[in-house]
Design a protein around this ligand. Structure first.
Ligand code: FAD
Ligand code: NAI
Length: 467
């Protein structure tokens, strides 16, 4: 006999656990299945959370070594890497346990095992000991996330050739770290190890770093990271790795072809993107349609082509971000419960947690040019912000793009201190359909970094006052 549920959620990451919790809140009988052994998905176990714990700790380490003296503090510091890793693991453990607590609170049954869809409404779960359990539900939500995109010809061993998982648990600081891919993972985790003492070389296929970010921000970002000591080889691809000796010998060549060069390194991080993960789920047998990138195709309400099967998060289209997965999960759960949940894809912020942080929401200048939309720009540098001066963090600027005719805020791009927190105001402005004058005429506390956002908004109409 199969166990009966209103909804079964496959995957316990930000998409899956939030869908299950919201369905539980709305009174449905829900199960959430994950094969990892701990809930929280990529984000809590091997993604957002451990990486941010190491970013925080390594930033403090670097600050203590190089910045404290500037504000009159003498420190004699040394690195305790095992303790830093232990603290990271503690945070991960607490947060994954927190998901179990939320499941109990919202009457969600958390099930550990590998799920397979046998037919619409029917799911089989296989536990690690080989035993199986059958579940039946009117609704199945797939939220199986994504996995590391492999680099052809390169097999990670997670000690010397690592992915984003192995780089979070290195046992010692490598003398040299070669990062393949100048995207979010490469720059965040490259920053962690640079601060702890590694020499970092970043090899990027394109002629720029962080594709997708506003170009002006991206250029400034590269300048700052270079000043911090990262070295970049753009328009370059890796063609092979020789790991036979004590050091890795990585052969690279220009992306367009040409003379090869060998870079010697101790550790190599492959961070060239992620791809949807749906292997072994039974999608082909059930007939769930995938797009050419192997993402599950859904309509705007997260329904697949098979009635009763829904998909949210990294396994469908859109940015691979935890908060995007979470918002889709809530909207999908509300649709299942007969409500009107939806996600505004124009108002999904994105943050790179380096020093300084980079945060962005809405359209870039390049997007607006491509769409033929006339826009005005307001900009304000942190060098002119009082709070930035007091905290000795004046690198970067705020850039606001507003519609030239209506003044509606279309995009906000920030590189600078606390950019990840500052972007919330801009996201709310876009969500509420605000014009730049709304931000410019809103009182902002002094002295705060938020005043830089306000001054940039004033700049759209040309009345920036503090520079
Ligand atoms: P996932 O979190 O990947 O969860 C899917 C779960 O499904 C997994 O736990 C998997 O075990 C399970 N699963 C898969 N198949 C089955 C099956 N057949 N049966 C049972 N269980 C199954 N995003 C941010 O927004 N901010 C960040 O700072 C950030 N940092 C990141 C840092 C790193 C190093 C990485 C790798 C990613 C980061 N991300 C970040 C991205 C973020 O982790 C993902 O966007 C997010 O986890 C996607 O959520 P999801 O629920 O769709 O999938
Ligand atoms: P990414 O898509 O951000 O960057 C990958 C980079 O690798 C790109 O610049 C790409 O041009 C380059 N590349 C691709 N193939 C290459 C090759 N063969 N050789 C050299 N360079 C190559 O992917 P990344 O950094 O792996 O991150 C994966 C996902 O995880 C991202 O989509 C991101 O959304 C998410 N993430 C989000 C974080 C955040 O929100 N702070 C942090 C970390 C990850």
């Amino acid at each position: 006999m199969a166990d009966q549920f209103d909804a079964v959620v496959i995957g316990g990451g930000p998409g899956g656990y939030n869908a299950a919790i919201r369905l539980g809140q709305l009174g449905l009988k829900v199960a959430c299945i994950d094969k990892r052994g701990r809930f929280g998905g990529t984000c809590l176990n091997i993604g957002c959370i451990p990486s941010k714990a190491l970013l925080f700790a390594s930033e403090r380490y670097e600050e203590a070594g190089t910045e404290f003296a500037k504000i009159g503090i003498k420190a004699d510091i040394s690195l305790d890497l095992p303790a830093m890793m232990k603290q990271k693991d503690k945070v991960v453990g607490e947060l994954t346990k927190g998901v179990e607590f939320l499941f109990k609170k919202n009457k969600v049954e958390g099930i550990t095992g590998e799920a397979k869809i046998l037919a619409p409404g029917k799911v089989e779960v296989r536990a690690a000991d080989g035993s199986t359990r059958s579940l039946e539900a009117k609704h199945i939500i797939i939220s199986t996330g994504s996995e590391v995109m492999p680099l052809p010809g390169v097999t990670p061993d997670e000690t010397r050739i690592v992915t984003s998982t192995g780089i979070l648990s290195l046992k010692a600081v490598p003398k040299r770290l070669l990062v393949v891919g100048a995207g979010v993972i490469g720059l965040e985790l490259g920053s962690v190890w640079r601060r702890l003492g590694s020499a970092i070389t970043v090899v990027e296929f394109l002629d720029r770093i962080t594709p997708g970010l506003d170009n002006e921000i991206s250029k400034q970002f590269q300048r700052i990271l270079t000043k911090q000591g990262m070295s970049f080889q753009l328009s370059t691809k890796v063609v092979g790795v020789d790991g036979k000796g004590d050091v890795l010998k990585v052969t690279v060549e220009p992306a367009a072809g040409g003379a090869q060069q060998v870079i010697e390194t101790d550790v190599m991080l492959v961070a060239i993107g992620r791809r949807p993960y749906t292997a072994g789920l039974g999608l082909e047998e059930v007939g769930v349609a995938l797009d050419p990138k192997q993402r599950i195709i859904t309509d705007a309400h997260y329904k697949t082509n098979i009635p009763g099967i829904w998909a949210v998060g990294d396994c469908r289209e859109g940015p691979m971000l935890a908060h995007k997965a979470e918002d889709e999960a809530v909207a999908c759960a509300e649709r299942i419960a007969g409500r009107a949940g939806h996600v505004n894809y124009d108002a999904i912020p994105s943050v790179v947690y380096t020093t300084p942080e980079v945060a962005t929401v809405g359209k870039t200048e390049e997007d607006l040019k491509a769409a033929g939309i006339a826009y005005k720009i307001g900009k304000f540098p942190f060098t002119a912000n009082a709070r930035a001066k007091t905290i000795v963090s004046t690198e970067g600027f705020v850039k606001i793009l507003a519609d030239a005719t209506t003044d509606r805020v279309l995009g906000v791009h920030i590189i600078g201190p606390e950019a990840g927190n500052l972007i919330a105001e801009a996201t709310l402005a876009i969500e509420f359909g605000a014009v730049s004058e709304d931000i410019a005429r809103t009182c902002h506390a002094h002295p705060t970094l938020t005043e830089a956002v306000r001054q940039a908004a004033m700049g759209v109409e040309g009345w920036t006052m503090q520079m």
